[in-house]
Design a protein around this ligand. Sequence first.
Ligand code: IMP
Length: 200
Amino acid sequence: MVRKFTGEELVVATHNNGKLRELREMFGDRIAKLTSAAEYGVESPEETGTTFIENALIKARVVAEATGKPALADDSGLCVNALNGAPGVYSADWAEEPGKPRDFYMAMERVQAEMGDNPDRSAYFVSCLVLAWPDGHFESVEGYVHGTLQFPPRGDKGHGYDPVFVPNGETRSYGEMTQEEKEKTSHRGDSFRKMLAKCF
Ligand code: IMP
C-alpha cells in the first residue's frame, strides 16, 4: 500500500541551496518544515547505482537513517535514444575531467560526436524522486520530458544539457527559456506533481 507523508518535517537529500529553495516554492504550505541534509551535516554518499531509482534511493536512505526523519532525494539525467539511453545516470560524469570544474559544453560535444549522423535525434530527460522513511519503506515516482537534440547549443539560461534540448511542441531550447517556462514541461515538474499526488 502507498504510504503518505504525515509528519511535520521532511529532509531533502541535497547540499544545493538552489534545489532546496525550488522545492520550498513547489511545496508551498503543504509541509511545515523543509530542511536539508547539509543542515544535519549528513554527507552525500557515492552514487554507485546503475539506475535513477537506485541512486535516488541511496541518497534518500542515507539521510533518513542519519536523521531519523523522512527524506526526499532526486536523481536525474539525459537519455539519448540513438545512444541506447546514454549518458543517463552518467550525465554529470560526462562533464567531468580530473582536476577541472564540470564542463557541459564538452559533454554536449561528446553527445553530438557519439550520435554522428544518426537520423534519430530524439532524447528525454528523466527525474526520479524517492521519499524514504527511517524504517526502510520508500515510495518513488519518475517524471519525463521528451524532445529532440539540436546542435549547436543555443541559449545561456538553464544548466547542464539545456542548450541542446528542444522539448516536443517547442522551437526554443531549454537554454532559451526562463526557469518558469521550463518548469511547465520539465521532467522535474512532472515527477514533483506525481509525488504530490501519490504521497502528499
Ligand atoms: P543529478 O540528478 O543532480 O545527479 O544531476 C544529473 C545530471 O543530469 C545533471 O548534472 C545534468 O547534467 C543532467 N540534468 C538533469 N536535469 C537536467 C535539466 O533539467 N537540464 C539539463 N541537464 C539536466
